[in-house]
Design a protein around this ligand. Structure first.
Ligand code: SF4
Length: 457
């Protein structure tokens, strides 16, 4: 199996990789299918199922699907143009994707939320259909948004996991045990093996430039979040806090209010800045998802701003190591809140962040595997219960706490020699089994947990 660093870290838009980016990508794939069809289509419509229906409004799934059908993509999303196109679609009841002419599409009638049982296969299902002039369906495809912006058709899901099965890579590890074994026999670090795998699929120059861009977008997102005030959209009236906390932390420097525990506030503020931007529909990088997008950037920023001897030159190793761990989690369990709860999102992100930090602090492969395991282990069982279906509460603070756990996990791992009782593979399998046993109301449906116990929501 091969999951590229650019599969784990994708530039996209908020608030959700599975509920916003995925549906937009699915719509783009359906447009390609329509373009390839040997007949002319006159209209398009769709239905959203399972978690995409239950929390679809809060996650802007309908808007993302419509914009996807209009030809928008997460990577090149332009907010102002999207607003103009949405207004035009509502007014004209038509949509004009490139190469397909003008298609009938009335957003109110042609994209429906289906609150019935989930489609068999996955909690995040959607069906897209093309119609002829009489309104009869002439083309149909079922897509599943499986987390982190990854999308599979019904047939792809039935055939197996969504991984690149192309040319073999030099270090094709499918488990943490295989990864450690390959480190030992090759004498390479996890980042070096991951880099060799990446370079076997693309030039080194492209890979290095791509990773640099990923960090640039992550860091820009932190900066925007730390410099923006106001109330987040969606009706919960959640106030942005990153800027206020950052300003207070700067003011407290050199005073007797600067207690040691306040370093935790820096870790939180970097993560919260990203997740506030995500909640506002801004540009973020999946890490491995949008809901968990704050953890990895926060850990990198903590490393660069607060760790002695840190260097931007090491960010590539950080991201490659984090991507290797994220790939193992995705391949062997899940990175989707709708599939396995928040342990799969913020838990996976914390494991990735812990591994990355341990690597750039000079950890051995065994210590890195230990760091990832500690971080994931202490997120096991965590449910996904976003209040009002918005990626705000508990998600924004949760990323801050995920970053703190990731950093503590890396630090703890560095205090040992890498030997430990619970292998990362066992922890990942435990997360998978726990997610499978978790009731649906705790898997991104907003039918349980905080979503039903917070008053006035
Ligand atoms: S609770 Fe966790 S998994 Fe659920 S939407 Fe929020 S960040 Fe994502």
């Amino acid at each position: 199996m091969f999951l590229s660093v650019f599969d784990m870290f994708k530039v996209g838009i908020g608030p959700s990789s599975s509920h916003t980016m995925g549906p937009m990508v699915a719509a783009a794939r359906f447009l390609d299918k329509m373009r390839a069809a040997p007949f002319e289509c006159a209209g398009v419509k769709g239905t959203l199922h399972g978690s995409l229906a239950f929390t679809g409004v809060g996650h802007a799934t309908d808007r993302a699907t419509i914009l996807g059908l209009a030809g928008f993509l997460p990577e090149t999303y332009d907010h102002d143009r999207a607003e103009a196109v949405m207004a035009q679609i509502r007014e004209s009841h038509s949509i004009s994707p490139e190469g397909l002419g003008t298609l009938h599409f009335n957003p109110k009638e042609d994209l429906l939320f289906d609150f019935g049982p989930n489609l068999p296969g996955h909690a995040n299902g959607m069906v897209l259909m093309a119609t002829d002039k009489q309104g009869d369906t002439i083309l149909r495809e079922t897509y599943f948004s499986i987390g982190g912006g990854f999308v599979m058709t019904e047939a792809e899901l039935a055939a197996g996991r969504n991984t690149d099965e192309g040319e073999p890579v030099p270090y094709p590890f499918k488990s943490a045990a295989e990864m450690l074994q390959m480190c030992e026999t090759s004498g390479k670090t996890i980042a070096q093996m991951k880099k060799a795998n990446e370079i076997s699929r693309q030039g080194e120059t492209d890979m290095t430039a791509g990773v640099k861009r990923i960090w640039q977008v992550m860091n820009d997102c932190i900066e925007r979040g730390m410099n923006t005030e106001g109330t987040l959209p969606g009706g919960l009236n959640v106030k942005r806090r990153a800027k206020g906390i950052r300003d207070a932390l700067i003011a407290e420097r050199g005073t007797n209010q600067n207690a040691p525990h306040k370093i935790n506030d820096w870790m939180s503020v970097y993560a919260m800045a990203v997740n506030e931007e995500n909640a506002a529909g801004g540009q973020v990088v999946t890490a491995p998802t949008n809901g968990a997008a704050g953890v990895v950037p926060a850990v990198i920023r903590y490393y660069l701003d607060h760790h002695p001897g840190a260097s931007e030159d090491h960010v590539e190793d950080f991201l490659l190591t984090a991507a290797a761990i994220g790939g193992l989690v995705k391949f062997n369990a899940s990175i989707s809140g709708a599939e396995a709860g928040c342990q799969a999102e913020v838990g996976s992100a914390a494991a990735m962040g812990a591994a990355g930090l341990c690597a750039v602090m000079g950890g051995t492969p065994m210590q890195i595997e230990n760091a990832a395991e500690i971080a994931l282990e202490h997120h096991l069982g965590m449910t996904c219960d976003p209040v009002k279906g918005l990626v705000q509460v508990p998600c924004i603070e949760r990323n801050g706490l995920g970053a703190i756990k990731a950093i503590s996990a890396a630090s703890l791992a560095m205090r040992g020699d890498g030997t430990h009782l619970v292998p990362l593979d066992a922890c990942i399998e435990t997360m998978r089994q726990t997610g499978a046993d978790m009731m649906d109301k705790y898997k991104e449906t907003s039918l349980g947990g905080l979503a039903v116990n917070v008053p006035n929501c």
